[in-house]
Design a protein around this ligand. Structure first.
Ligand code: NDP
Length: 333
């Protein structure tokens, strides 16, 4: 069985050399343990922080050890009364084809209800992240206008659809025409290709006028840099920002100056709050209830980009930073 290790901790651009594939033996399960074959592996932008060797809100990855990450797999051997062979489980034992571990701490997923990989996307961590940002951090109201950045990604495609289901108007930004078309297909009232404009603030204002909106009430921040700068410019008085991520910064090898127009926070009485999804697990019950309702009403669908084979994990991960994905980036084992 194969697994992916990090060769060293690093800052700056991500290179394929930082990853190596190792062949390992999978232990037989002992009492209370299960053996699982992963079917779906997740790559997520937050993993970049774990590669730098510095402890943030999660422990850094250790070079020479299997990396961790979200995964969904099938139980193939069970010595636990919690799981039967054939059950699907979510675990953090990603970046590997198979594993044996205590059944305690795993989460059963219902693969009859939804395709198993959706538990890594819209029905999993990225979906909950979009929900928390909109419901709790922004407190989005019907009729308001939301700007969703990285709109064609995992959080973005979820967030666009959730915000529409909540009765808001949505302007999405994404890199490239195809991604913008997808955002509109998912319900965005307007989509702006940030790569095709040299004045993002102006393009967002124009998009707002085009959809008959009086301006931007809330900004969902996934990108940072020029996006945040533009958001501070275009937000209305009392606008809210959910700071979910700033992916444009994760590969920087030195600290860079912040937005030069930060004073807009004062001038327009803006409110900006960051959050880590794991601190808002209490919202999961409401999330599952709303998501099921929206899915049954046909208001929400799952978008995914799938790479095949564990050897593609580094490419899939690097691809998050070059925008290779639409929807949730996944690797099928
Ligand atoms: P995505 O599926 O959105 O993939 C990343 C996307 O970001 C790419 O497809 C690309 O889209 C865009 N991107 C990459 N580099 C840049 C850049 N330099 N400038 C502008 N855009 C860029 O990933 P996720 O949905 O998983 O994550 C989205 C954001 O949410 C990230 O910032 C992540 O860190 C954050 N997050 C935060 C969580 C929390 O708890 N706070 C939990 C989960 C995610 P394009 O081609 O359109 O540029």
């Amino acid at each position: 069985s194969r697994e992916v290790h990090l060769t060293e901790n690093f800052v700056g651009e991500i290179k394929p050399d930082y990853f190596e594939i190792e062949e390992v033996e999978i232990a037989e399960p002992k009492e209370g343990e299960v053996q699982v074959e992963n079917e779906w592996l997740s790559v997520d932008p937050y993993m970049r922080g774990r590669m730098t060797g510095v402890k943030t809100y999660v422990e850094p990855f250790e070079p020479g050890k299997p990396m961790e990450g979200g995964a969904v797999g099938r139980v193939v051997k069970s010595k636990s009364d919690r799981y039967a062979e054939g059950d699907y489980v979510f675990s953090m034992y990603g970046w590997r084809e198979a594993w044996t571990a205590p059944a305690k701490g795993l989460m059963k997923v219902d693969a009859d209800l939804l395709p198993p990989q959706t538990y890594l996307g819209i029905a999993g961590m990225p979906g909950l992240t979009a929900y928390v940002g909109l419901k709790r951090i922004i407190d989005l109201k019907e009729g308001e206008t939301l700007w969703m950045s990285a709109g064609a990604g995992a959080v973005g495609t979820s967030g666009i659809q959730f915000a529409k289901a909540m009765g808001a108007k949505v302007i999405a930004t994404a890199g490239g025409k195809e991604k913008c078309d997808l955002c509109r297909e998912l319900g965005a009232d307007a989509a702006v290709d940030y790569k095709a404009t040299d004045n993002l603030a102006k393009a967002i204002r124009q998009a707002a006028r085009d959809i008959g909106s009086s301006g931007i009430d809330a900004y969902y921040e996934n990108v940072g840099g020029d996006h945040l700068q533009a958001a501070l410019d275009v937000l209305k008085q009392y606008g809210r920002i959910a700071a979910c991520g700033m992916i444009a910064r994760y590969n920087d090898d030195r600290s860079v100056p912040g937005p030069s127009n930060l004073v807009q926070i004062v001038a327009k009485s803006l409110k900006m709050q960051g959050f880590i999804v794991m601190d808002h697990i209490d919202l999961n019950e409401a999330f599952v209830k709303d998501l099921s309702g929206w899915m049954m009403a046909g208001k929400v669908t799952s978008k995914e980009t799938i790479y095949e084979g564990i050897e593609k994990m580094p490419d899939a991960f690097i691809g998050l930073f070059t925008g290779e994905n639409v929807g949730k980036m996944l690797v099928k084992v």
